[in-house]
Write a protein that binds this ligand. Structure first.
Ligand code: NAI
Length: 507
């Protein structure tokens, strides 16, 4: 085995994170000394890690020899002083700055002056933790994700005084452990927890506006935009006692930036103890770990399908007309709809009500469809009514767009439907991260795909759905809501026309 960058590594905190980091560091060839103030936590962690290795060996994914070597490299420490020969110490203890600072002050008196010290904090400032150190230049953030062996990305964070060679060494070590390192500036939420703000927060806003319920939003984002988990399924998995404080912390650390504003929905659910799957109830109720989801309403049966007229200003109009033809609709071609016609609009960012008024359409017969994403690329169509839409027109639209068996969700009117709102918010926050130079565009894409499991990096997502479309959604949402949270980042505004994931000379 090649020589590892850090031959002896100390891990402090033998909880969920510390044991994961200990496991991959030992696998990489480092001698690992694991310490916790609760000695039983160390014993449990060493047993759990050894158990993991034995299972890997049984499955043929680790040789007997590697198993024995890994086990021999994992050592439980009984006192902090046993970490004196470590060339790297990673802290994964309780998320409290006073306790972390106290620990590092103590450690500086134990380890050599060349030893690198790192924190796995997810929400505290690396610079602030290092502020009172004798040698703050040897200190950095080394932020892993849970479960560590499976989440193969780690953020390497330089504090204000960190020496670049420290980040280089941590980056090398991350690769030796089989992880992909990304470099982040010391800013609230670093990359992954910052970029992740868009998904849940915008989905919560949509629920809070009564536009759609959470199960519908989950279905839409999975079936239209290809997310593996809906935002509410994800929050149930992470649990609100973890995710709501993160939302609050990032919002306040950015001085109440409206883009990150948390929701009263999660505050109340957290207060009520309805925090997620681990307690059997979150947004969904769980029976034996299985979420109980009410079935979707079936497409209504329509005695006679009205003719359909499509607004000349509909997005993807040619595709929409072709789709209607494929669905065997009677399409009107006049310059305005006949008195019987179902009127279909496909706005970007604007609400159906505004479009009906501006285009002088009869709102009672007007229904919107979300065509930000090409219909052929989705597994679901999303329609929106407006407050005046007649029930027979809503049902006719639902039945018509379900004719080929594709799932259809009907939501209430809002600027930007569901997918437009959530995707545009994700892209906007991501481009703002690039604008702030928190990380390189490449590292952003890597961190989000590996750390959040999105189907595409947010810049690639913006390019896939059209940066000018995303900009149009945001500009129009800003008009609908009069809220600065939808103002496009300067990065998005400037690069909207030339593509987001291109490599630019400026980068
Ligand atoms: P945990 O609660 O599972 O484990 C923390 C361990 O630290 C406990 O065993 C506790 O006895 C020990 N400990 C507390 N104070 C100590 C001290 N002064 N000295 C030595 N040991 C001490 O916590 P978890 O989830 O492993 O988190 C640890 C750190 O990692 C926190 O800073 C957290 O913000 C961060 N983190 C957590 C993630 C997660 O998903 N759980 C993800 C990324 C970072």
């Amino acid at each position: 085995m090649q020589q590892v960058t850090f031959p002896v590594v100390g891990i402090i905190g033998a909880g969920a994170m510390g044991r994961g980091i200990a496991q991959i560091a030992a696998q990489a060839g480092s001698v690992v000394k694991l310490f916790d103030t609760r000695s039983e936590a160390v014993v449990e962690a060493v047993q759990a890690i050894s158990g993991q290795w034995s299972r890997l060996q049984e499955k043929g994914r680790m040789t007997m020899e590697a198993l024995a070597e890994n086990k021999s490299r994992l050592i439980g420490a009984n006192a902090l002083s046993e970490l004196s020969d470590c060339s790297l110490v990673v802290e994964a203890i309780v998320e409290r700055i006073d306790i972390k600072k106290g620990l590092f002050a103590e450690l500086e008196a134990i380890v050599g002056s060349q030893a690198v010290l790192a924190t796995n904090t997810s929400s505290l400032s690396v610079t602030a933790i290092a502020a009172d150190l004798k040698y703050p230049q040897r200190f950095a953030g080394f932020h892993f994700f849970n479960p560590v062996p499976l989440m193969k990305v780690v953020e390497v964070i330089a504090g204000l005084k960190t020496d670049p060679s420290v980040c280089d060494a941590l980056t090398r070590f991350a690769r030796q452990m089989g992880h992909t390192p990304v470099q982040a500036q010391d800013t609230p939420g670093f990359i992954v927890n910052h970029a992740g703000r868009g998904y849940g927060t915008e989905a919560l806003r949509i629920v809070s506006e009564g536009v759609a319920d959470f199960a519908t939003i989950d279905r839409i984002l999975k079936d239209q935009a290809g997310f593996r988990l809906g935002p509410f399924e994800l929050m149930d998995l992470t649990a609100l006692d973890v995710s709501h404080p993160v939302m609050e912390s990032i919002y306040h650390q950015y001085y109440e930036e409206p883009r990150y504003r948390p929701s009263v929905i999660t505050a109340q659910r957290l207060a009520g103890g309805v925090v997620g799957k681990k307690v059997g109830e979150g947004f969904y109720r769980y029976e034996n770990g299985v979420p109980q989801v009410a079935p979707e309403p079936a497409a209504p049966l329509i005695a006679e399908m009205p003719p359909v007229w499509v607004s000349p200003r509909a997005s993807r109009r040619a595709e929409l007309l072709q789709l209607l033809k494929d669905l065997d609709a009677r399409i009107e071609t006049g310059s305005s709809p006949s008195p019987a016609a179902l009127t279909v609009v496909a706005p970007l960012g604007f609400d159906v009500t505004t479009v009906a008024v501006v285009e002088r359409l009869d709102p009672a017969r007007t229904v919107g469809i979300d065509l930000l994403i090409d219909d052929a690329a989705t597994k679901r169509r999303v329609l929106a009514t407006n407050p005046a839409t007649r029930v027979d027109m809503r049902d006719a639209a639902h039945a018509l767009f379900a004719r080929d068996g594709k799932a259809v969700s009907v939501i209430r009117d809002s600027g930007g439907f569901v997918t437009q709102r959530v995707v545009s918010t994700i892209v906007n926050i991501a481009t703002d991260i690039c604008q702030q130079r928190i990380c390189s565009p490449q590292d952003l894409e890597t961190a989000v795909t590996l750390g959040l499991g999105y189907p595409l990096g947010p810049l690639a997502m913006g390019d896939r759905y059209g940066p000018t479309n995303i900009l149009e959604v945001l500009f129009n949402m800003q008009t609908v809501y009069g809220d600065p949270r939808y103002r496009p980042s300067p990065w998005l505004r400037r690069r909207g026309a030339i593509g987001l994931s291109l490599l630019h000379t400026e980068e």
